[in-house]
Design a protein around this ligand. Structure first.
Ligand SMILES: [Fe+2]
Ligand SMILES: [Fe+2]
Length: 259
């Protein structure tokens, strides 16, 4: 994907706003911009907002962006696919990412991890890897949620052995090398030595091939069997199974709930 440096900087509030951001915030802003550009949704997500106007905090999930649309109805016992189709937006990036994992013959759990690695940004963008790991943990192999958690820290660290290079785009857009927040650095160092390291690393590897505006549309149905094997769909429906994260799914199901 070509990112126009000037347009991107304007979209996040101009050079002064960028200068005031931490490296992690900039990294997030760049990734959100690319994900939303891929789905042609920039007018809602990273749209330019003058600093004096009220704004939607950048960490708010996509479901909490200003909207005039109604929520699509969901079945009584919603499945992951129902929610994927009717609540998750800007999914082209994760679908391309999972497709890349299939194309390169990676394990099915990695395909699934790629499919879900960023969808939590619909609920909340800030620290999406950590929220995402929690949202899925009760329903997936622990290696899947582990990978989702640590892909956030690994994104901006190279690993030549796996073909993952330091994202040159960060340098090009911001004109400086990435300096991570302390907790990101610590989590990277922890993950680097962990036996599950590759679970997270492969997510970042597939990530870099998943911002292609010229690839044809991919439907989540293509992953129905993968989801069936990798996601323990609760019989009661998501949000209704009394799991430790049911409330998070209920919020996704009904973002209009006032309390
Ligand atoms: Fe991510
Ligand atoms: Fe991603």
């Amino acid at each position: 994907m070509q990112v126009d440096r000037r347009k991107f900087i304007v979209s996040i509030g101009g050079t002064a706003a960028v200068a005031a951001m931490s490296h992690e915030d900039r990294a997030e802003a760049l990734e959100h911009y690319m994900t939303e550009k891929l789905d042609g949704r920039l007018e809602r997500g990273a749209a330019a907002q003058a600093p004096t106007e009220p704004r939607v905090p950048r960490g708010a999930g996509r479901l909490f962006a200003p909207t005039t649309a109604e929520w699509q109805t969901l079945p009584e016992k919603p499945t992951l696919i129902d929610i994927f189709e009717r609540r998750f937006v800007s999914t082209r990036h994760v679908l391309q990412s999972a497709t890349e994992a299939v194309r390169t013959g990676q394990p099915e759990r990695t395909v699934f991890a790629c499919l879900i690695h960023d969808v939590t940004q619909n609920l909340i963008k800030a620290d999406h890897g950590y929220w995402g790991a929690q949202l899925f943990a009760p329903y997936v192999d622990e290696r899947v949620s582990w990978g989702v958690r640590y892909h956030q820290a690994l994104r901006f660290y190279p690993d030549e052995a796996t073909g993952y290079e330091y994202p040159e785009m960060y340098d090009r857009i911001f004109g400086v090398g990435y300096v991570p927040d302390e907790y990101i650095k610590k989590d990277y160092e922890f993950a680097r030595k962990h036996r599950h390291y590759m679970e997270a690393r492969l997510i970042t590897v597939n990530d870099q091939y998943a911002f292609d505006e010229n690839k044809p549309e991919i439907k989540v149905e293509e992953f129905t069997d993968v989801i069936g094997r990798q996601f323990k769909q609760p019989r009661e429906g998501l949000g209704l199974d009394n799991s430790s994260v049911a409330h998070m799914w209920r919020t996704i199901i009904n973002p209009d709930k006032p309390l």
